[in-house]
Structure formats: structure tokens, C-alpha cells
Design a protein around this ligand. Sequence first.
Ligand code: GDP
Length: 588
Amino acid sequence: MEEKTIQIAGSITVDELATALGLSVTELIGTLFKNGIVATINQRLDFETAQIIIDELGLENVKLERKNTSTKTSDFHRELSDKAVTRPPVVAVMGHVDHGKTTLLDTLLHKKTVDDEAGGITQHISAYQLKHNDRLITFLDTPGHEAFAAIRQHGAMLTDIVVIVVAADDGVKPQTVEAINFAKSANAKIIVAINKIDREGADVNRTMADLSQHGLQPEEWGGDIVMVPISAKMNQNLDQLLDMILLTADIEELKADVNIPAEGLVIESHMEVGKGSVVNVLVTGGELKTGKFIVAGNTYAKIRTMLDWQGKPKGKAAPSTPVTITGFKELPSFGDKFIEVKDEKTARKMALLNAQAAANESASANVTSGDLLRMMNVADNTKTFNVIIKGDVLGSVTSVVDSLKMIDTKGEITLNIVSTGVGDINENDVYMAAGDNTVVYGFNVSVPVNINKMAARDGVPVRTYKVIYELLDDAKHEMENLLDAEIIEEDKGELKVLGVFRTEKTAIIAGGEVLTGDVKPGYLARVVRNKKYLGETEVTSVQKEKMDVNVLVAGETGGLAMSTKSKIDLQVGDRLKFFTRESRKKSL
Ligand code: GDP
């Protein structure tokens, strides 16, 4: 049979799917009907539903593909012209928590930020520039905790060089490995900073061996990864590290065109009273100037003000320069590509096109696979955890959402993000959450007193956090509470019945020999005759030589009193298979 591929951008109508499959609409509607769905010709089906229908029809030659209609970053990796000029390297510092990323950036920038961070974690991605040997290096201050994996992954895309900080007294840790993987997936060059060499217990060689176990071979040992032993705190060897960054940049011949319309990426955005949208961007090509129009995602700006990372006004920004701009109509999203256009009309039109493309992509399907499964009566035992997320800036909202999605719910819980937004928790959030077991989470935002009262009245849980992993812990806990308890049974032993002294409706007294394991009061027993299950009993007491005992072990004979729910005609020769049963809260 001829193979056929159907591309679906978000969702597909019944009509379109029928045409693509070469079926009549009636035939397709018939199949849907058989599966309990009453569909009309214009009904939109999501990707999963379409897949289930195709499986149902047994169309093995048809392959469905998700089509990406986004125009956001499609034209990002352009060919450089021969007029391209050298640009500063963009460097991200990554590594395990507490290995010294913040200290390294601080010492490098002579800037003290460690103390005022909640939980000691850098919360927002931002960027800095510094000069070494009269050349600029751009540093992305990527957040440190694993919960920010999402942001870091975006961060890595902008990055030419990843400096992986590994504490010499601690070695390679999970987030070190994560950083290595990110750097590799982003095609960035890796330089390792082996930190805290001033510490007692620091072992550079062992750390290098540890790193080579994880695929990073030090140059000293014939590999291709530059590793610089440093002390971020004592400012030791930092010049050497910067030398190595510039050397790597030279080898990579990092260049950009400047005679093209400016382009780059949004790395942070938030609202500020009096200023409106405040957006940090990193220019990757062209030159950004105040007064110009740029489009990012579904919004655009006439750049009103532009500041460098130290807050000084800047008229134009060359490639690899991070700047803070104002003038966006609405907040663009973290990771959005921006591009300069010639006038407001074009800007408005492009923003609109981008919005349409995005809407198309997530065109709300009328029938989702969840509906379909439910209608097909396929057991759908998953429970739903509803959340509303509010954050101080878009970047943190994105991080919280991405991190929540990364919680492995083992397929038992569906995360339903009811809404997200920037700003304090408000009436609307509480209103939306009411009556639906929805938790409202705030990250770095506050809850006005009247809103708190309203939430208490409506029984809506509103929780605010300043440290993301505490928020995630809470969410995980909430999800665990939704899980049905798990029944755990453990086999204990077996007894052969040698005598039956009394069998009543709900009680049995019998004697026998323990063949394996043991029996104790409180154990449950399955009564088995010739491999046939007769019923269940609970051991209420155990006797040995007519004395109550706590246990009978293999080889011993004794008597048992048992209770039953319904009468069991126990006979000599039957087996009692002992076990315990515990209902345990499931964890994720
Ligand atoms: P991050 O979580 O990776 O950003 O780590 P921090 O920069 O916050 O550092 C964690 C702790 O290690 C702090 O108490 C720092 O003072 C300390 N630290 C960082 N670098 C060094 C170093 O080179 N030597 C010593 N002795 N301590 C360091």
C-alpha cells in the first residue's frame, strides 16, 4: 500500500481529515459515531483523536505528522555574508547548585548579588558584559536550580560557550550532567571551570577523572575540553578562564552581520509601573537602535528607550549586546525572536500574522483525545490537578509552568493549567479557581488582603512562593494526594492444616504445621485447596502447646484462631498462605 502522510497543525476538521484520507465525510462521521462521537463536518479534531480514528480504521499506511506553523524562529539561522564582523562570545555559566556560579559571576563583575536572592538562587535570566584584554564578553546569568532547567534550555540556545562550574570538592553532580547535556544539545563549546580549589578536600585530578567519565576529556589528558582550575571566591585563575573563553571564541570565529535589520531574542520581560513593558533582549544580528520598530511574537514595539546592562542609555546595540528596552505594546514571551521591520504598519501586520499562526497551532479542537477516550469507555483513571500560575515576570511564569510539566506523574495525573499571568493574585484568579479544586500559585507575587479573604471564604487554596522548588514540592504533594492509595501485599509464609477444631460463620480454630516463613497474629491468610482459592481469613491469635505466642516459624506446629467474613469449610490438608496488606499513600 502506498504510504501517506497527513500534516496536522494543531487540529484538523472532520471534512479536511476525510478528504486527506480519501474517505467520504459520511464514512468518517460514521466511524466517529461508532466511537460515541456525534461530529459535524466542521468539527475540529486534535492530533491524538485523528490518530485514534486512523488506528480504528486500520489505516496502517497513513502517518500523521505535527506541522509547525510558527514563524517565530524559522528564519533564525541565516547564512552570514562576507561582510560579517567579529562579535563578542555569548557565555552561559551553568553547573550544580552551590558549585559557585553566582560567586564566579559576582567576582567577575565585582557585583554582589548573592545576598539578596531568595533561597540563594538566581531567579531571572539576565545578561552582563565585561571587558577582558579590551575585548567584550557577554555573560548570560542563567538561573541555578534544576527547577529552572526550562529557562536554562532556552538560555543554552543563545549561547556560544557554556562554562560548566564544578566544585573540586564535590565533583560531578546531577545538574553538572544536565549542563553538559544542554551544552551539547545547543551545540555550544564547553569550558570547564573547576572551582573552589582553595578549599581543603579540593581534588582537581579526581574532578577531571569524574568529568571524563561523563564524556568530557581534559586537554591535559589528550582530550578536547579546556579545564581551568579556579577559585571564584579568591579570584584565582579567573584571568586564565577569560583568556580561554576568548581563545575559544577566536577558534569558533564568531561573527554576525551588522548591515541587516536587527534581530535577536527576548531574554526577560516584565511590567513596571510608569514604564510599561520592560524587555531584556540579546541582539544577535544587525544593530538595534532607539526609535526603530521591532516585532516579537504577537506584539511589537517602537523602541522608546534602550539601556545597557548597567542601566546606562544606549543609542545602538551591536550583535551579542544585551539591552533593556521599553516600548512594547504587550509583553513578548521569553525566548521569542525579535526582528526589526521598516515601519509601524509592517510591525502591526507581522505581529498579527504571528498571532494567527500561533492560534492556528493551538486551535482549540472541539474534540480532544481525552473526550474520545472517555466516550470510548476506555478506562481513563487519570486525575486532574488544576492550577493557576501567577508570577512577577513572564520568565518565571514560563519556568514554573515548564517545571510543573516536568514532574513525572507516571501517567496518573493530568496537569491542567487553567490560566497563567503576570502580576499579583487577583479576584479573577480566585473566581476562576473556585469550586474546581484548583490551586492558585503565586511566584514572587503577593496576595492583597481582600483577595486572601475572598479565597478563604471560597475555599480556594492560594499559595505564594519565592523559591521555585518549594512551589514544585507543594504541587507534587498536592498531586500525590490525588492518587489512590496503593495496596501493598507481602507474602509471609505457608501452613498446612493438620486439624480443624471449629468452623463457625465468622471464626475458625485450626492447627497445623508452618511449612515456610512464619505466622503472627494480625496476618491475613488465603485458604487454598488444590490450588483453588476458597477465601480469606485474618489470624487473631496464635498458640503453641496451648499457650498464646507471638509467632510460629517454619517447622513448628501450633494452633490458630482466625476470623472470616463469610463461612469457609476448612479441611485437613488445606493450605493457609499468610500475607500482610498495607495501603500506602502513593508518591510521585
Ligand atoms: P551557585 O549555586 O552555583 O550559584 O553557588 P554560589 O556562587 O552561591 O556558591 C555557593 C557557596 O560556595 C557560597 O557559600 C560561596 O561562597 C561558596 N564558594 C563559591 N566559590 C567558591 C570558591 O572558589 N571557594 C570557596 N571556598 N567557596 C566558594
